[in-house]
Write a protein of this length. Structure first.
Length: 619
């Protein structure tokens, strides 16, 4: 990808209404190429008649008259015609290649935009969309499309066969209908099996990829043999289905080849019979056989290409359905840079495919420059709420507004430059550390000293600059596709924090940023939050560790997807101190069991940095 590529290449589209989509638009843009390819296919198929006509003239004119000059002239005409035939065929292939390239240019940006930007498609749909597109695009340059272009011209050969003799024409017509019927029957009998088999193959490949990524865990926990057995069972079932499908398709193909050879021989026999009866000439015998073979060839080609044709049809159907889903809008009005006021009203999020609420009627307001900590037990909805606030997850009900504008009204590329987001997992990309931190700005703008300075500043703010310099190639270190990118969990989290801080964002969303940090790293994070407060940034951070609470202004306690408490830190968090000393001891024999002091109601690790919470749930 060129380093100077800009976002102007992306199609300026609005969310789809369902009436049209980027795929349909791209196919319409290729219509002229396909139309001219069809015209050249007609000319190519007409020139396919040249060898039959040459044979007819040789047997009917040259042989009886011993005309050497006529044979020479016919040979020159044959050579010239075949040269034109080859040139037209090459032009047809070039047109189809141009159609494929045009489809790539027109559709690929919009499809990738939906894959990376849509909120309505499942992960499986997004993962499969580009594979489906490659299948459709590849079909434009393969033998399948040529068979489809040649098939409509089969009636020409049947018509010419009728011109030779009525019974030769009838044999050609019946043969074409017979093989066409077999092709249709084959398609109907294998369509559902092909679709199911392809779906199982895709699922098996995804599960195998997950197992490969988790192979280390599988070895440690003694799951390796169980996983191998599972995948072998899946593959055995898949191979059984593929074998059954191949057997069915193979039987139809064998019957088609048998009938084609038989019918060509019958055409030769019928021509000989008619020649004996003096109804046709001797040359027409061979011409009849060639015409019949040419009329049946597209049908046989289509039957042989039935599997890739079905795959292309299914891919187009699935891709068309994917492209009809509402896509991200690129035409939102450019708003002023946000100052960081966040208003949430009635936000409800359900677990996928269920009615279980992960968040239920959540509402609050965060003023610019405030640092808010989200605390609560595991499963309280902290990560889900952060994803909703950042726009990574669209709530089922309610809305999030930034500076009074709904997230759907913001130009997400513009807003993203002012937002820092660090998910619970680092989610680093398989590219260099520099490119990860710069949010791929080096791809869009090219390398520059200003960009390098911004990357280093973000790394220093996250306290990871020295760590990066200690990597094998510093900022140019290539991260792998494995989980964690080839760096430790703490390093990956620090790099992700630097990416979130890149460009001095106005709003920052951090999900468990200190989960893998040691005490020194947590001190640096607290200093970073203090610097963010000093420049007026709005920060929302989730945490299980109380040490981070001394750096925040407000604390929000979540439990069961609802807000239990949202107030100033001073009202929620108080300094840790020794347990109160009883003023009067009761007689030992009458003393009831003493309840532990409130802050020790449940065993917890000692609070960090001299603070403790009034609610045990916030720890």
């Amino acid at each position: 990808m060129p380093a100077t590529m800009s976002t102007s290449r992306l199609p300026p589209e609005k969310p789809d209404s369902g009436a049209s989509n980027v795929l349909a638009t791209a196919v319409r843009a290729c219509r002229n190429h396909l139309l001219f390819a069809g015209v050249f296919s007609g000319l190519v198929n007409i020139l396919y008649l040249v060898p039959s006509i040459f044979m007819l003239q040789v047997y009917d004119r040259v042989v009886p008259t011993r005309g050497g000059a006529t044979l020479l002239l016919l040979t020159l005409i044959l050579v010239l015609s075949l040269i034109v035939f080859a040139a037209l065929d090459a032009v047809r292939m070039r047109l189809l290649l141009k159609a494929s390239l045009r489809l790539e240019r027109q559709a690929a940006p919009g499809i990738l935009l939906r894959i990376l930007g849509t909120d309505t498609a499942t992960t499986g749909q997004r993962a499969q969309a580009m594979r489906d597109f490659d299948t459709v695009r590849g079909t434009l340059t393969g033998p399948t499309i040529l068979a489809l272009f040649d098939a409509p011209w089969a009636p020409i050969y049947i018509l010419i066969a009728f011109l030779l003799h009525f019974w030769i024409g009838m044999l050609s017509l019946v043969s074409a209908l017979l093989l066409g019927g077999i092709a249709i029957a084959s398609d109907r009998m294998t369509a559902k099996a092909t679709r199911d088999t392809n779906a199982r193959a895709v699922l098996a490949n995804r599960e195998q990829d997950v197992s490969i990524q988790s192979s280390e865990v599988a070895r440690v926990l003694g799951m390796r043999n169980a996983l191998i057995t599972r995948h072998l069972l899946e593959r055995a079932e898949l191979v059984r289905r593929q074998s059954a499908l191949a057997g069915t398709s193979g039987r139809f193909l064998a019957v088609t080849k048998f009938l084609r050879l038989l019918l060509q021989s019958l055409a030769l026999a019928l021509g000989a019979l008619l020649a004996i009866r003096q109804d046709i000439s001797g040359g027409a015998i061979f011409a009849a056989s060639l015409l019949l073979g040419r009329a049946l060839q597209p049908v046989e080609q289509i039957l042989g290409a039935m599997k890739p044709l079905a795959a292309a049809r299914n891919a187009y159907r699935d891709l068309d359905a994917f492209c009809r889903l509402p896509g991200p809008s690129l035409t939102a009005t450019t708003l002023p840079a946000p100052i960081g006021r966040i208003a949430v009203s009635g936000v409800t999020v359900f677990a996928p495919g269920t009615e279980r609420a992960l968040l239920s009627d959540v509402g609050f307001t965060i003023e610019p420059g405030q640092i808010v900590a989200l605390v609560g037990p595991s499963g309280a909805g902290k990560s889900t709420l952060l994803r909703v606030l950042a726009g990574a997850l669209v709530p089922d009900k309610g809305e999030v507004r930034i500076d009074g504008a709904s997230l759907s009204d913001w130009n997400r590329e513009q807003l993203g430059r002012h937002i820092g987001y660090m998910p619970q997992t680092a989610s680093l990309f398989p590219t260099t550390v520099h490119t990860n931190i710069s949010r791929f700005q080096s791809v869009l703008q090219g390398e520059s000293a200003d960009l390098d300075a911004a990357v280093v500043a973000a790394a220093q703010a996250a306290g990871v600059h020295e760590t990066i310099l200690g990597l094998s190639n510093g900022y140019a270190t290539m991260l792998s596709m494995s989980e964690g990118g080839g760096v430790s969990a703490g390093q990956g989290q620090s790099i992700a924090l630097a990416r979130a801080l890149f460009g001095t964002p106005t709003i920052l969303f951090l999900d468990e940023p200190n989960a893998h940090l040691d005490s020194e790293g947590e001190k640096r994070l607290i200093a970073t939050l203090a610097a963010m407060r000093a420049r007026g940034a709005t920060v929302v951070v989730s945490t299980h560790r109380t040490g981070l609470l001394q750096a925040v202004d407000k604390v929000m306690v979540l439990r069961g997807g609802t807000v239990q408490l949202f107030d100033d830190r001073a009202k929620v968090v108080r300094p840790a101190g020794p347990a109160p000393i009883p003023t009067q001891a009761a007689p030992p024999q009458a003393a009831p069991p003493q309840a532990p002091p409130p802050q020790a109601a449940s065993p917890q690790p000692a609070p960090s940095h001299g603070v403790t919470t009034t609610l045990g749930a916030t720890r």
